[in-house]
Design a protein. Structure first.
Lengths: 346, 376
């Protein structure tokens, strides 16, 4: 695809029209000139009804996720890179190396072409960085008002590392709970951007592909029990899920919990609890206590794990319950989040 | 916002010292009321209860603005949301609060145009962007929120924004404190006075209540160290038989309060009688627009009908708001009424007492077990 042809396309079509999803010439042009260019790889370029791929190994991880974030571009990322990171991370959380992705786009009639281009290019870059090409895709255009700008679904396939036995059901009393850095960045970045909350410093999303970091962690400790990315519902909800799945209790320590000052400040302002705010580049790690040091140094050796630390332990008492020792020495139950957090009135 | 300083108000060493001095000083059983919902949540979040002597009881008061909003007001919000051509703008906390038949969240899912705003000026902007629609701001909140609504009304007048109006359900806290005490329903030994509200009305606003009922009132901040200091000051007064108004939260609250905000309130609003959930009608405890601004009153502009509501007789939010019972003493708590399906406002609001008790259940359920197995 040439820059000139794309430029010509953008001149004729400044926005997405229903025709772009119609299966005819306009759709063809969109696919060839934008999607193939930005996401391009040999699988996709074949332009057949499905992609044929090779899978090494016999344990395959598969996952899917849909992305509807508003705003579509936020500090630290956009819906395109997020759609890659989210799915890549879901694969990595089972100890799988992501191999192939697919992408489905729902576009709203009237979507700005330049915005779409930016999103798809960012998606392509994220896929290359994660080493997982988008091998198949689909585009539909719906009439104005039937969707909000753009929705993306991605599915992913990965191959599970031999010997890895990782899942929410494998936490054991005596394990340590680690995380790779400060919590709540993504949720507050998106919220502040969407609502135009002007803070002193812009909060930046942590959206990132965790597969490389997880690979290094598994090199350092093949016996990791649980990996989970605390996205919606944050660290609080995710640890509750694991505590229930594994029938264990959890003890957290407030003074060990990393939260950036600006995120803590924004949460305070709105009456939010950072424990329940979404992350898109964080991984909770539950592993045998003796592996703590090796894991932490492996994590800290990677750019996405510089802030790695222990935040708690798994205990046998009170299965299903997460309790936090507060900074002042009190005990606090960290419950499952119920409904979305809403800002308080005073 | 410079928030770095907040850390020193969470310092574990400082906390241990304060707890030790409360333990050493406190002899008499005492019951303190935290009026503000933010305090209720902060007390749970820091696990403070388990660190205090067992004979000190903390009870929650009527300080969640959403919770004390009368059921008929909520029903009128819902009526507004159902009107053609009306956009209802609201602060988030109100969305889930149930009226007799529905909630704003439910109305929204059924097609009503209900928008969450973060400031009263967002509502004004929506009015400017939608000149053909009536935009109503639901004015719920205490002395903290009301000045921002007053400012928006002034701005609407200045810019002649004719499609903006406010449903005034603002409430004033000191009259509610007076009503609670003079009912004689319960004995209190002191108030933990709200931090945010006091930044506007000043510590002096509690002088009358403190003097009439010979109670200590301590204006307190929201960090764990603030709360421990505030409770320590109350304990000191209880032990020495003292009374009066004290200010722990000096870094934010002055004796006189914020004169600009008070001026704005006085210019745009005047006190009026108001119905409180749980406390009934309290004279001079609400705010309405003064005659000069009344054209911005949603009730007048949109000819709101009178509403007769029947509250669920089993719901004891009223008793909870008066501190007469703790949430688990209500028969609906955790059974028919949960945060997912709240029957009463105290369960629906994030800073409602029932919601907080439910979220942190276990901290009161079997705190003994928590104490033994808790931290390492």
């Amino acid at each position: 695809m040439s820059e000139e042809r794309l430029e010509a396309e953008r001149k004729t079509h400044k926005t997405i029209e229903l025709d772009h999803g119609g299966g005819g010439r306009a759709m063809h042009a969109l696919v060839e000139e934008l999607f193939l260019g930005a996401l391009g790889n040999d699988y996709l370029r074949e332009m057949n009804d499905s992609a044929l791929v090779e899978l090494p190994g016999s344990r395959i991880a598969m996952t899917t996720d849909s992305y509807v974030v508003d705003p579509v571009i936020f500090p630290g990322g956009d819906i395109g890179s997020l759609a890659v990171h989210g799915t890549v991370n879901d694969l990595a959380m089972r100890g799988a190396r992501p191999l192939y992705l697919t992408a489905g786009f729902i576009l709203e009639e009237g979507l700005d072409f330049a915005l779409l281009r930016r999103i798809v290019e960012s998606m392509g870059e994220a896929a290359r960085r994660a080493g997982a090409p988008v091998v198949a895709g689909d585009t539909k255009v719906v009439p104005r008002g039937k969707a909000d700008k753009i929705y993306i679904n991605t599915s992913g396939v990965g191959v599970v590392r031999p010997g890895a036995r990782i899942g929410g059901q494998y936490a054991r009393a005596g394990d340590v709970v680690l995380i790779n850095g400060p919590i709540g960045d993504h949720g507050m970045a998106v919220l502040c951007k969407r609502e135009g909350l002007a803070l002193e410093n812009e909060i930046v999303s942590d959206s990132a592909p965790l597969n490389e970091l997880v690979g290094r962690m598994l090199d350092a400790c093949p016996d990791i029990h649980v990996l989970r990315d605390p996205t919606r519902g944050g660290v609080g909800a995710t640890l509750n899920e694991i505590a229930m799945q594994s029938s264990v209790g959890m003890r957290l320590h407030e003074e060990m919990l990393p939260v950036r000052d600006d995120v803590a400040g924004a949460c305070e302002l709105l009456g939010f609890d950072p424990l329940y705010v979404a992350n898109e580049g964080k991984v909770l790690v539950i592993a045998p206590a003796e592996a703590e040091n090796a894991l932490l140094s492996a994590m800290r050796g990677h750019k996405l794990g510089e802030g790695a630390c222990r935040i708690g332990e798994v205990v046998a008492e009170e299965p299903g319950r997460v309790v936090m020792r507060t900074r002042i020495g009190g005990l606090r139950v960290v419950d499952m989040l119920r409904g979305e957090q809403l800002p308080r009135i005073c | 916002m410079g928030l770095k300083y907040v850390d020193e108000y969470r310092d574990p060493g400082l906390a241990r010292g304060l707890i030790a001095s409360i333990m050493a000083r406190s002899r008499k059983p005492a019951r303190f009321m935290e009026i503000c919902g933010t305090h209720t949540v902060a007390i749970f979040r820091s696990g403070l209860r388990g660190l205090l002597p067992a004979h000190i009881q903390l009870v929650s008061g009527p300080g969640c603005p959403v919770c004390v909003t009368a059921a008929e007001d909520i029903d009128r919000f819902l009526w507004l949301a159902r009107q053609q051509g009306v956009i209802v703008t609201t602060f988030g906390d109100l969305l889930r609060v149930p009226g007799s038949t529905s909630s704003l969240q439910k109305e929204r899912s059924e097609g009503a145009d209900v928008r969450m705003v973060y400031s009263s000026f967002d509502a004004l902007r929506i009015a400017v962007e939608n000149p053909e629609r009536q935009v109503v701001l639901l004015g719920v909140g205490f002395e903290t929120t009301a000045p921002t609504v007053a400012a928006a009304v002034k701005k609407a007048a200045e810019k002649s924004i004719g499609n903006f109006s406010v449903y005034c359900a603002h409430k004033l806290l000191p009259p509610a404190m007076e009503t609670l005490l003079s009912s004689g329903e319960m004995r209190l030994d002191g108030f933990i006075c709200p931090g945010h509200v006091s930044t506007v009305i000043g510590a002096r606003a509690y002088e009358a209540v403190a003097a009439r009922h010979r109670l200590p009132c301590v204006v307190t901040g929201f960090e764990p160290i603030d709360l421990l200091q505030g409770i320590g000051m109350l304990v000191e007064q209880v032990e020495s038989g003292g009374q009066g108004v004290f200010n722990q939260y000096r870094r934010a609250v002055s004796y006189e309060g914020n004169a600009t905000a008070q001026g704005l309130l006085a210019e745009v609003f005047e006190p009026c009688g108001a119905a409180w959930r749980g406390l009934g009608r309290i004279p001079e405890s609400g705010l309405r627009l003064r005659a000069a601004w009344r054209r911005f009153d949603a009730a007048e502009r949109l000819s709101l009908p009178e509403m007769k509501v029947e509250e669920n007789p089993a719901c004891r939010c009223g008793d909870v708001l008066r501190g007469a019972i703790t949430p688990p003493e209500c028969g609906l708590f955790g059974r028919a009424c949960t945060p997912e399906r709240p029957l009463g406002p105290c369960m629906a609001s994030s800073e409602g007492t029932c919601g907080a008790y439910h979220r942190f259940r276990g901290q009161w359920e079997d705190s003994g077990a928590l104490r033994e197995t808790g931290g390492k």
